[in-house]
Write a protein that binds this ligand. Structure first.
Ligand code: MG
Length: 254
């Protein structure tokens, strides 16, 4: 019988790994860059421009791997690796500011195809949505209410300004659970980046990985994703089935 339930094996594997008996989704904790917006190309381009101008050695694609970290943490990592010291608070602030200016000067980013349907599905299922981003990029944060009208409550947002530790630390998602008043086994995380997936899984949430850039699906699985979808459009198509399966598996005798 269980083999007829879509995603049942993935769900059971997740329950076992986290020692849960149930997942009852009450809140969706949703990443922004690369999940709601097709913004990663612009982010990697502006990081690359900033860091090469500052005399750091780097490649454009390596910034995909740092996705999810706060800007300050990315900057500090370069200072530690290539200057042998921490970046000062002023350096972090100034360089991150320059990075946001470079980002804002690039052509506007588009909403990720499928993202609106994904968020709407959670809303229709009565599942609270919380934005959880390592970004402090106000040019995108300010667009959210226009692009996803009525879907995100302003009080339910966790940005780089609200946390001490960015992803892959679980703090951003734990903070989001507290805001929504839910427990880890009542939470679904939506993520596109390995560090974000790792943070979601470490926070104890059922973490859905979606590949929307050059990172291969296996990296998201290794980071702890319960399920990986090959695109946000496919994720949006499958999400109603997956939510139903989560509830069906709960009611099976085990
Ligand atoms: Mg992301």
């Amino acid at each position: 019988m269980i083999e007829h339930i879509p995603y049942a094996q993935d769900i059971l594997r997740f329950l076992e790994r986290h020692h849960y008996t149930h997942v009852v989704p009450k809140a969706a904790l949703i990443d922004m860059d690369g999940t709601l917006y097709d913004s990663m190309k612009n982010h990697t381009q502006s990081w690359y421009r900033l860091m090469t101008e500052q005399g750091f050695e780097c490649t454009r694609d390596e910034f995909y791997l740092y996705e999810g970290r706060t800007g300050a943490s990315t900057i500090n990592q370069f200072f530690l690796a290539q200057r042998g010291r921490e970046a000062t608070e002023d350096e972090k602030k100034e360089l991150y500011h320059t990075k946001t200016v470079y980002f804002s000067s690039l052509p506007p980013v588009e909403v990720m195809p499928g993202a609106f349907d994904m968020v709407s599905t959670f809303a229709a299922a009565g599942i609270t949505r919380v934005l959880v981003t390592g970004s402090g990029q106000s040019s995108l944060l300010n667009r959210l209410d226009n692009d996803f009208p009525g879907l995100f409550d302003n009080r339910l947002k966790v940005t780089s300004r609200d946390v001490k530790h960015g992803k892959p630390h679980p703090e951003p998602f734990i903070r989001a659970m507290q805001l929504a008043g839910v427990s880890p086994s009542q939470s679904i995380v939506m993520e596109n980046a390995p560090l974000g997936v790792e943070a979601g899984d470490r926070a104890g949430a059922f973490t859905i990985g979606v590949t929307t850039g050059p990172i291969p699906p296996d990296e998201l699985r290794k980071a702890g994703a319960a399920i990986v979808f090959p695109s946000m459009e496919e994720c949006a198509r499958q999400l109603p089935t997956l939510l139903l399966s989560l509830l069906t598996v709960n009611n099976l005798p085990r």
